[in-house]
Design a binder for this molecule. Structure first.
Ligand SMILES: C[S@@+](CC[C@H](N)C(=O)[O-])C[C@H]1O[C@@H](n2cnc3c(N)ncnc32)[C@H](O)[C@@H]1O
Length: 471
C-alpha cells in the first residue's frame, strides 16, 4: 500500500517543532524542552500502554478510556491522547512488519527481558515508518525516551543506531518487509486453515485500513443518509466518512441513531417481526441489538452479567428514548421466570472479527482462549434454548472470524441438541444478506465483504449468526 494512502487522515503529531539544532553537541544527547518535553511524555505513555497490551493482555480501549483508563494517559491533553491512540493503532496493526524491521536493523538480539526497550523501539519505528512527522523528531525523541529511562539507558547507542538506520533506509525496509503478514502465527494458521491462503491475504489487507463509522437508525434510514451525508449499505446501515466526533453529528443527541458495525446489525434482523413479542437479549450490553429490537416494537428483556456495561446500556437506551427490562445476571445461573417468544444470544467470543477496529485483539488473545470460549459458547446455547418457548426462535451470533466459534459450533449443536431445529436462512427471505449466507444456511461475514472502489470505504466486521426453532 502506498505510504501516501496510509498517512492520509492520520492526525498530525503535535511535536513538529522539534529541531535538530536542539541537539546538545557536547554530549550528543537531545534535550527536549517545553512542548517537546510534553511530546516525550506522550511517547512514554504510548510505550507504557503498548507494554500493558502486549505483555499483560490488557484491552486497549480500557487503557485509553477517558474516565477509567491509565492515569498517565488521562492526564494528557486531548491532542496528545489522540496522537497516542493513532500511534498505538498502527503499532498494533503493523506489529509483524515492525518486528521484521527490527530484526533487519539490530546487529544483535536484545536480552529477552528488555521489554521496555523493545516496546520503545516499536513506538519510534511506527512513527518513522508510518506517520507524518519528520524523521529527525521521531528518531531524537525515540532515542531520548530510551536514554532517559533507567531500564534502557544502557541501550541508548544501540537505539540510536537502529532508529537512524530505519530512517535512512525507510523505503528499502518498507519494501523488503511488506509481505502482507499481520497476524501472530497461531492465528494466521487458524484463519488459513478455515478459509485458505487467498482469503487470509484478503482479510489481512482489509485489517490494515482505518475502520469506518457505521450507524443504525431508529427508523427512516433514507432521511438520515442525506442528513449525515453517508451511504446506505445493503444491510440498512449508514456508513459515514465524515470525521466529525460522533457526539457532534446531527441526530446523536436527539437519539435518532447509534453506532453499530453493519455486520453487527444483522443478527437482530434474523428474529423476523418482533413487534409485540417478548424477546430476550442475552449478553446484551452495551445494547446495539437491544435497541434494534426495541425500535422494532419488541418487548425486550436485556440481560448481561456486567453491571457497568448494563449501566452503559441504560444510558444508550435513554439517549435513544427506547425501553427495555434490564436484568443483571449470569446466564449460566439465571432462573427464567417464563419462556420468551424469541431470544438472541450474542455470545462472548474472541472478537477476531473486529480486529480492524481493535488490533490489540491479535496480541491479547491466545489459542487457549479460543478453546475456552468455544466451550463457554456451547454451554450458553444449552442454557439459552431453555429460555425460549416451543415454536419460538433462538438466534446465536458472535463477532469471531473463526469457524471453531461459528460453523463448527453450529455443527456440534445440530448433532447434540435434539430440541433445536436449524431454520436455514434463505436468500429469498433475506435478499439483502444473500452474499453472506453460507452452505449451512447461516450468516458468515468477513472483513473483505461489501467491497468498494476505494478499499477503505468497504468492508465489514467478521460475524457469524444462525437461527433455530425451539422444538
Ligand atoms: C459481544 S458483547 C455483547 C454485545 C451486545 N450484544 C451488543 O450488541 O451491544 C458480550 C457481552 O456478554 C456479556 N457476558 C459474558 N458472559 C456472560 C454470562 N455468562 N452471562 C451474561 N452475560 C455475559 C458481557 O458482559 C458482554 O457485555
Amino acid at each position: 500500500m502506498p505510504e501516501a494512502v496510509l498517512k492520509k487522515g492520520l492526525p498530525k503529531a503535535p511535536n513538529q517543532h522539534l529541531e535538530p539544532n536542539r541537539l546538545n553537541t557536547e554530549n550528543n544527547s537531545y534535550q527536549p524542552e517545553g512542548k517537546a518535553r510534553t511530546g516525550l511524555v506522550a511517547r512514554k505513555v504510548a510505550t507504557q500502554i503498548l507494554t500493558r497490551v502486549v505483555d499483560d493482555a490488557r484491552n486497549l480501549d480500557a487503557l485509553c478510556d477517558e474516565v477509567h483508563g491509565l492515569s498517565a494517559y488521562r492526564a494528557l491533553i486531548a491532542k496528545d491522547r489522540a496522537m497516542i491512540r493513532a500511534i498505538l493503532m498502527i503499532a498494533l496493526r503493523r506489529r509483524v512488519q515492525i518486528e521484521a524491521v527490527l530484526k533487519k536493523t539490530m546487529d544483535r538480539k536484545p536480552p529477552k527481558r528488555a521489554r521496555w526497550l523493545i516496546h520503545s523501539l516499536h513506538i519510534a519505528i511506527t512513527q518513522i515508518l508510518f506517520m507524518d512527522i519528520p524523521d529527525s523528531a521521531a528518531v531524537n525523541l525515540g532515542v531520548t525516551a530510551i536514554a532517559e529511562d533507567k531500564r534502557t539507558t544502557r541501550f541508548k547507542n544501540m537505539a540510536n543506531a537502529v532508529l537512524r538506520r530505519v530512517a535512512n533506509e525507510k523505503e528499502a525496509l518498507l519494501q523488503s518487509t511488506a509481505n502482507g503478514k499481520i497476524f501472530p502465527d497461531w492465528l494466521a494458521k487458524q484463519i488459513r486453515s478455515d478459509y485458505g491462503k487467498a482469503k487470509l491475504d484478503d482479510i489481512s489487507k482489509m485489517l490494515l485500513l482505518e475502520s469506518q463509522l457505521d450507524v443504525t437508525t431508529k427508523n427512516n434510514p433514507q432521511e438520515w443518509v442525506e442528513k449525515l451525508d453517508g451511504q446506505l449499505l445493503e444491510t440498512g446501515t449508514i456508513r459515514i466518512s465524515n470525521k466529525t466526533p460522533v457526539s457532534q453529528l446531527e441526530g446523536f443527541s436527539e437519539g435518532a441513531w447509534w453506532v453499530q458495525d453493519a455486520a453487527a446489525s444483522i443478527p437482530a434482523t434474523l428474529l423476523g417481526d418482533v413487534s409485540g413479542k417478548s424477546v430476550l437479549d442475552l449478553c446484551a450490553a452495551p445494547g446495539g441489538k437491544t435497541a434494534q429490537i426495541a425500535a422494532r416494537g419488541g418487548n425486550v428483556t436485556a440481560l448481561d452479567v456486567s453491571a457497568p456495561r448494563l449501566k452503559r446500556l441504560q444510558e444508550n437506551l435513554d439517549r435513544l428514548k427506547l425501553k427495555a427490562n434490564l436484568v443483571e445476571a449470569d446466564i449460566l445461573e439465571w432462573q427464567c421466570p417464563e419462556p420468551f417468544d424469541a431470544a438472541l444470544l450474542d455470545a462472548p467470543c474472541s472478537s477476531t472479527g473486529t480486529i480492524r477496529r481493535h488490533p490489540d485483539i491479535m496480541w491479547t488473545k491466545t489459542r487457549d482462549d479460543i478453546d475456552a470460549l468455544v466451550k463457554l459458547q456451547y454451554q450458553l446455547i444449552l442454557k439459552a434454548k431453555e429460555f425460549v418457548r416451543p415454536g419460538g426462535i433462538l438466534v446465536f451470533s458472535n463477532c469471531s472470524l473463526l469457524k471453531s466459534e461459528g460453523e463448527n459450533l453450529l455443527a456440534q449443536v445440530m448433532k447434540e441438541c435434539d430440541d433445536l431445529k436449524l431454520l436455514p436462512l434463505d436468500k429469498q427471505e433475506f435478499p439483502a444478506l444473500s452474499e453472506f449466507i453460507n452452505g449451512q444456511g447461516a450468516i458468515r461475514t468477513l472483513p473483505f465483504h461489501l467491497p468498494r472502489e476505494e478499499a477503505g470505504d468497504g468492508g465489514l466486521d467478521g460475524f457469524f449468526a444462525c437461527r433455530f426453532e425451539k422444538r
